[in-house]
Design a protein around this ligand. Structure first.
Ligand code: IMP
Ligand code: MG
Length: 186
C-alpha cells in the first residue's frame, strides 16, 4: 500500500495519524488557485516559494492557476531536525528575480509562530514590489506572534506537529501525498 494511503505511520518513537487526505488537499489547492487566478486576472505575479517545505504546494498551485506567472525561491534557516522553532530566522538563499514594481505571492507550507513570514514580508517590502500577498497551505492557530495578514490559507489547524506534502520529519517524509499529525502522548 502507498505510504500516503495508510492511516498511521510509525517513525522511530513517533506515531503519526492521517490528518488531511490527498483528495482534500488537491481540492483545496484547486480552490485557492481559482481564487488567485481571479484576483490576479490580467497580471503576471511572481510566486516566491519558501524552501524546502513549500515546493510541493507551490508546484501544485501554479499548475492549477490559469494566469501567466513567474516563480522564484527563498530559503530561510529551518528547524533543523527539531519540532519546535528556535525563534531565530536567517536567510540561506536570496531571491534571484527583480521584485520592484511586481505583484508577489509568497508561498509557504505552514505558518507556525509567524516569525518566518514576518521576516520575509519585511525583506520583500524593502525591494518595493507593487503588492505582496501570502499563500500558506497550513496555518497553526497559535500563530499569534504574526503581524502579517494571510490572504490565502489552505487549512487552519491546531498546534500539532504535522508532516507530509512538503513538510518534513527530520528531512524525510516530504513526499507523502497527505498530511499526517503527531499523535500526542505516544
Ligand atoms: P514559523 O516561523 O514558526 O512560522 O515557522 C515556519 C516554518 O517552520 C515553516 O515554514 C516550516 O518549515 C516549519 N514548521 C512549522 N511547523 C511545522 C510542522 O508542524 N511540521 C514541519 N515543519 C514545521
Ligand atoms: Mg517552511
Amino acid at each position: 500500500m502507498a505510504k500516503s494511503k495508510k492511516e498511521t505511520l510509525q517513525l522511530g518513537n513517533d506515531t503519526f495519524e492521517l490528518y488531511i487526505s490527498e483528495e482534500r488537499i488537491q481540492l483545496r489547492v484547486q480552490q485557492l488557485a481559482k481564487k488567485i487566478s481571479k484576483d490576479y486576472k490580467g497580471q503576471v505575479p511572481i510566486f516566491i516559494g519558501v524552501l524546502n517545505g513549500a515546493f510541493i504546494f507551490l508546484s501544485d498551485l501554479i499548475r492549477n492557476v490559469t494566469i501567466d506567472c513567474e516563480v522564484d525561491f527563498l530559503k530561510l534557516s529551518s528547524y533543523g531536525d527539531a519540532k519546535i522553532s528556535s525563534g531565530k530566522v536567517t536567510l540561506l538563499k536570496e531571491l534571484n528575480c527583480d521584485v520592484k514594481g511586481r505583484d508577489i505571492i509568497v508561498v509557504e507550507d505552514i505558518i507556525d509562530s509567524g516569525l518566518s513570514i514576518d521576516f520575509m514580508k519585511r525583506l520583500i517590502t524593502v525591494l518595493k514590489p507593487r503588492s505582496v500577498n501570502i499563500a500558506s497551505l497550513l496555518y497553526k492557530k497559535k500563530a499569534i506572534k504574526i503581524h502579517t495578514p494571510i490572504k490565502y490559507i489552505g487549512f487552519k489547524i491546531p498546534n500539532n506537529f504535522v508532516i507530509g506534502y512538503g513538510l518534513d520529519h527530520a528531512q524525510k517524509e516530504r513526499n507523502l501525498k497527505a498530511v499526517f499529525r503527531l499523535k500526542e502522548n505516544n
